[in-house]
Design a protein around this ligand. Structure first.
Ligand code: ASP
Ligand code: MG
Length: 412
């Protein structure tokens, strides 16, 4: 059976009128092919429920919190099925346990382990539209679990994988994935397609359209994902394996992150294990380190620089100052007013010279590059926060991202 999975987020389900609108879209889709719909809670509902719980207890028990939070999606899925039935369609809602969506036992952050597809497939065969409550599952003890904030995307992708859907469509309040944030670059273009890897880089770098985990999952199951708007017509952005995509530019998008802070420990003894000791003292506190640069040693000492989230800046500076004393390092320095700009593109693999062009463009704008890190499909630079917008705009223009790509690059 070729079927599709559609997922509607909280804003798409935000009111009775919106749910009625979603019902009409789902009905139209279901006339083309069997359709499974995953829904989020109505906008603001999960926050409202969390707030109620916090009003009664500082640290609510995970099992009870999950029972509470899952109710938001249970309600919205039932409402959508009711709306569909009202339009004369056959529709049935399912909560996580009814599907069943089997998860591990980690309350409030459970992972999906298995989705036996029979119940849903039987309903589809009988001509039903199946509406599934997102964000939730059931564990081996029969207890309700939830998948973490934004988890309905994960539900949709996992279901699409389990049902071998031909596409998983994520409906949201934006038209798709853009070359960069249109609030910063008005010429930002809607991407018709992007690879899973590129999307992961874009998502983790701040283009928050999809829950990152759901993109990883879609890549693993090889489920093509499409992000599109609930409110406007349009094909949105297809996220798929590189082999499946056609036209492509070398640079697909520019992501950026204002939340980074830079810290350095200077003049520290250059010996095996030093890096582990320094970074270990930070990761011990569950603080993530992003970019890392170590200078070649001079006279047996070296400098280590890395970036952390701005919120962790003060903590990390204190930790390093302590370390600097015990390790007799020369000095600790830091700057929380920095930002990261990243060029992302699967085409970089086969096109050298992107970094050079990037540095030239920034140089021409008088923007100094503080740190650089690269992967096969990404180049990131750290710059003074006040040049972030200028840098992103200049790069967007220089790499011609406002234009639809017309050349195919040969991958690998
Ligand atoms: N309702 C949940 C949340 O707000 C899950 C979701 O919307 O995906 O995080
Ligand atoms: Mg969401």
């Amino acid at each position: 059976m070729t079927l599709i999975v559609q997922k509607y987020g909280g804003s798409s389900m935000g009111s009775i009128e919106r749910i009625a609108h979603v019902a009409r879209k789902v009905l139209a889709a279901s006339q083309q092919q069997p359709t499974v719909v995953v829904v989020s809670a109505m906008q603001g509902e999960t926050d409202r429920l969390l707030h109620l719980a916090k009003g009664l207890s500082e640290r609510p028990n995970g099992r009870e919190l999950d029972a509470l939070l899952a109710s938001g999606e249970q309600a919205s899925s039932a409402l959508l099925a009711i709306a569909l039935n009202g339009l004369g369609a056959k529709a049935r809602c399912y909560n996580g346990a009814q599907v069943p969506i089997l998860t591990d036992n980690v309350h409030t952050k459970a992972s999906i382990e298995e989705i036996p597809p029979e119940n849903i497939l039987n309903d589809l065969k009988a001509g039903y539209i199946v509406v599934v409550a997102g964000f939730q599952g059931v564990n081996e003890h029969g207890h309700v679990t939830t998948l973490g904030r934004g988890g309905s995307d994960t539900t949709a992708v996992a279901l699409a994988g389990a049902l071998k859907a031909k596409e998983c469509q994520i409906y949201t309040d934006v038209a798709g994935v853009y070359t960069t944030d249109p609030r910063i670059v008005p010429q930002a273009r809607l991407l018709s397609q992007i690879t899973f890897e590129e999307m992961l880089e874009m998502a983790s770098l701040g283009a928050k359209v999809l829950q990152i985990h759901s993109v990883e999952l879609a890549g693993r199951y090889q489920v093509p994902l499409r992000v599109l708007s609930t409110f406007e017509e349009g094909a949105g952005t297809l996220i798929a394996l590189e082999e499946r995509l056609m036209k492509h530019s070398v640079v697909s998008g520019i992501a950026f992150n204002r939340d980074e802070a830079r810290v350095s420990i200077l003049g520290v003894a250059d010996r095996p294990g030093m890096g582990a000791e320094l970074l270990g003292s930070v990761s011990q506190l569950n603080i993530d380190v992003d970019m890392i640069v170590q200078n070649p040693s001079i006279a047996g000492t070296t400098d280590l620089t890395f970036t952390v989230h701005k919120n962790d800046y003060n903590t990390v500076m204190e930790v390093l100052q302590g370390k600097a004393q015990t390790l007799r390092a020369r000095e600790v320095r830091g700057d929380a007013r920095v930002a990261k700009i990243s060029l992302v593109g699967a085409g970089m693999r086969s096109h050298p010279g992107v970094a050079t062009q990037m540095f030239e463009v920034l140089g021409q704008e008088g923007i100094n590059i503080q740190l650089v890190s690269t992967s096969e499909i990404k180049i990131s630079v750290l710059v003074d926060e006040k040049y972030l917008e200028l840098g992103v705009r200049a790069l967007h223009a220089a790499f011609g991202l406002e234009n639809e790509p017309n050349q195919e690059y040969l991958s690998r």
